[in-house]
Design a protein around this ligand. Structure first.
Ligand SMILES: Cc1cc2nc3c(=O)[nH]c(=O)nc-3n(C[C@H](O)[C@H](O)[C@H](O)COP(=O)(O)OP(=O)(O)OC[C@H]3O[C@@H](n4cnc5c(N)ncnc54)[C@H](O)[C@@H]3O)c2cc1C
Length: 444
């Protein structure tokens, strides 16, 4: 494979032509390049960073939640805005096929809670390196430090791409029969995903649905100033829009100086971000004691008061709450933490019980591209053929991965979208490039 550290400039003659050029060596691009090469296409995979798949290497907190073993219907329920668009892509390459591919590259996997799949080694690097080796093994030529600047179109069809190679002179035109844009979204831009594909799409006549950060923390009022990320476990978080209950999530919520994060918040964030964007009133409520109904909670409070009547209000609250929340509760209840708990009146107790079951926070904003796990919005599905991921605007141009107007919940679904759409686009591009050789399916 070309493109190792210190490699010479892209050794391409101006007239050099490829069957398929794949732009971006993330999970979608690696699968597209490998599949196209497997089908006999002459494939060039261009990656602008110093190494491929930088984002993949940090997924799942460095462990890569590569997919989910839930059945197809449940995958589709986790995907927005048009999950049915993925039926053909998932039909061509789904979770079992991914696991087989990884196992074939020496990366066995393990299924964990929630049917989420991780490499048995707990190393996202192993997944990235396995996919790079697989794509190279199929014959794809990978060049890194090669940034595509333009997708060139002639007479309504793909002509090639213009590439700038770091440390070399003028950008080079590379002729290609087909191209697959697999440049990712625009979150975590330090990984290389800076939204270039959206620009390529717009410049070549495609619609791009509004881009929004998704799977992201929210800013709230009140927030938890001075709190260094504290995780609440087993709490129920509910999202309200214009006073109407929209959705709830049970699990972990992280208290942050500016608001909330953590798994439950990420899962509700798409709806919260969209509602904020539409100028609606957005709130969340936290049920800190979801296992206790109000009568049981009241009995518990009475017991604590009887046993610790001489304690301060602050100390009493600490029996019911983690420390970072006591300040917010004292402020909401109008209590001085130094007061003796015996001063708590019936009205205070009623209000305390109410807050424990429903701590209401106004959502005032959300995290930005630096912290969003995925990008919602993207290349409009209306401009693409779901059977091939080919553009309906430019012949022989394909899109795959997060650049598409598709995003999903946490749980391995986003990576599966990238793998499946990459595979399908690579396959379709290879077929269109007319380079399909006979491949014995049993040998694949
Ligand atoms: C912190 C974090 C954790 C995550 N964890 C998970 C998880 O556990 N499970 C899960 O399912 N999803 C997870 N995701 C989401 C998942 O990583 C993405 O959805 C997935 O990587 C998208 O794959 P992609 O190939 O479409 O794009 P990317 O992975 O973004 O790859 C795009 C590639 O294209 C390259 N590129 C961009 N522009 C150009 C250009 N002009 N020329 C050449 N190359 C270019 C980029 O450098 C990059 O290498 C996580 C995301 C983040 C940020």
């Amino acid at each position: 494979m070309s493109g190792s550290a210190g490699a010479p400039p892209l050794a391409l003659k101006p007239e050099a032509a490829y069957d398929v050029v794949v732009i971006g060596a993330g999970p979608a691009g690696l699968l597209a390049a490998g599949r196209a090469a497997q089908l006999g296409a002459r494939v060039l995979l261009l990656e602008k960073m110093e190494k491929p798949a930088r984002k993949l290497r940090i997924t799942g907190k460095g462990r890569a939640n590569v997919t989910n073993m839930r059945p197809l219907g449940e995958h589709l329920r986790e995907i927005h805005p048009e999950p049915r668009f993925l039926r053909q892509a998932f039909g061509a390459f789904f979770n079992q096929e991914l696991l087989a591919l990884l196992a074939g590259q020496g990366v066995p996997t393990r299924v964990e809670r929630g049917d989420r799949v991780f490499p048995a080694s707990d190393s996202a690097w192993d997944v990235a390196d396995a996919l790079i080796a697989w794509a190279a093994g199929q014959g794809a030529e990978l060049v890194h430090h090669a940034r595509v600047e333009q997708v060139a179109v002639e007479d309504g069809a793909l002509a090639g791409v213009v590439v700038a190679r770091k440390g070399t002179g003028a950008p080079q035109f590379i002729r290609a029969r087909c191209a697959v844009v697999a440049t990712g979204g625009q979150s975590y831009p330090a990984t290389g995903s800076t939204g270039d594909g959206y620009r390529f799409a717009e410049a070549t006549g495609h619609r791009v649905e509004t881009l929004r950060p998704s799977l992201v923390g929210i800013e709230t009022a009140p927030a938890f100033e001075g709190v260094q990320r504290f995780t609440l476990k087993n709490v129920l978080l509910t999202l309200w829009v214009d006073g109407r209950k929209v959705d709830s999530e049970f699990g972990e919520v992280e208290l942050r100086a500016k608001g909330l994060g953590g798994a439950s918040v990420l899962r509700l964030s798409r709806k919260a971000v969209d509602a904020l964007g539409a100028g609606r009133k957005v709130e969340v409520t936290l049920d800190l004691k979801p296992a206790l109904d109000p009568p049981k909670l009241e009995a518990r409070l009475q017991r604590d008061l009887a046993a610790h009547g001489g304690a301060t209000c602050g100390a009493l609250l600490r029996l019911l709450l983690p420390a970072p929340l006591t300040g917010v509760f004292c402020a909401a209840l109008g209590l001085d933490p130094a007061w003796p708990a015996a001063r708590l009146q019936a009205a205070h107790r009623r209000r305390l019980l109410g807050l424990l079951k429903e701590l209401r926070l106004r959502v005032t904003g959300h995290g930005g591209w630096e912290e969003a796990i995925v990008t919602a919005g993207g290349v409009s599905l209306k401009d693409l053929d779901p059977r091939t991921l080919a553009s309906r605007k430019v012949a022989n141009l394909f899109f795959a991965g997060e650049v598409l107007d598709l995003d999903a919940n946490t749980g391995g679904y986003n990576l599966q979208i990238a793998f499946s759409t990459g595979w399908l686009a690579g396959e379709a591009a290879a077929r269109i490039a007319g380079s399909l050789k006979y491949v014995d399916p049993a040998a694949e």
